[in-house]
Design a protein around this ligand. Structure first.
Ligand code: HEM
Length: 171
């Protein structure tokens, strides 16, 4: 089975790597402008003017749009993992390679739990627009999502460049 897999897909290694890098770029950066300049701005303005209906409408709209827009990140992530696993097997890579060991450690300890919560918050039970008829639930999800952002933003800022550095420089 292993030999069949390697012989079948080895000729496509460069194409699989191309898809891997494409998926990584979509995963890493697709939400950054939306988060930093739209969502964060709308949320902080609302926090400063909690009684103003226009600031609340803007905050709700920005968060609901962000939930929808995160689909790019959440499709790209599994594509990156599957293509990475393909290359791992085809290329005969092993965990004896420090760059790959640290890369997978970052992936499993930080990005995998983070994306599981993020996918739930944006597309499943935590999707805000699903709770418009329940203002209490809606606002508690908004607070939980904002807390999530405040925890993961520094991690993302540090570990996305770190994981790409490990993959490209292979120290
Ligand atoms: C979100 C997580 C991931 C990120 C950010 C990432 C990033 C990258 C980048 C930027 C490259 C291109 C390196 C180059 O051009 O030399 C790469 C290559 C590679 N990645 Fe990933 N990757 C991720 C997940 C994975 C996973 C889950 C695996 C395997 C289990 C994996 C295995 C590989 C392998 C084997 C290569 C090819 C190395 C080469 O041919 O030079 N990656 N990765």
């Amino acid at each position: 089975m292993h030999d069949w897999f390697v012989n079948t897909f080895a000729p496509y290694y460069p194409y699989i790597k191309f898809i891997h890098v494409l998926a990584i770029s979509a995963w890493a950066w697709s939400t950054s402008v939306g988060y930093y300049w739209f969502l964060r701005n709308a949320y902080i303005s609302w926090k400063k003017n909690p009684g103003d209906p226009e600031y609340k409408r803007r905050k709700d709209w920005a968060l609901e749009q962000f939930d929808n827009g995160a689909i790019i990140e959440h499709v790209a992530f599994p594509v990156a993992i599957v293509t990475g696993l393909f290359m791992f097997v085809i290329g005969g890579w092993g965990l004896d390679r420090p760059w790959l060991k640290w890369k997978l450690l970052i992936l499993v300890t930080i990005f995998l739990p983070m994306e599981i919560v993020d996918i739930w918050l944006s597309h499943l039970g935590g999707k805000k627009e699903r709770h418009r008829d329940n203002p209490g639930k809606y606002e508690s999800l908004v607070r939980f999502h904002w807390k999530f952002f405040t925890i993961v933003t520094p991690l993302v800022g540090l570990f996305i460049p770190a994981i790409i550095f490990l993959a490209v420089v292979k120290p």
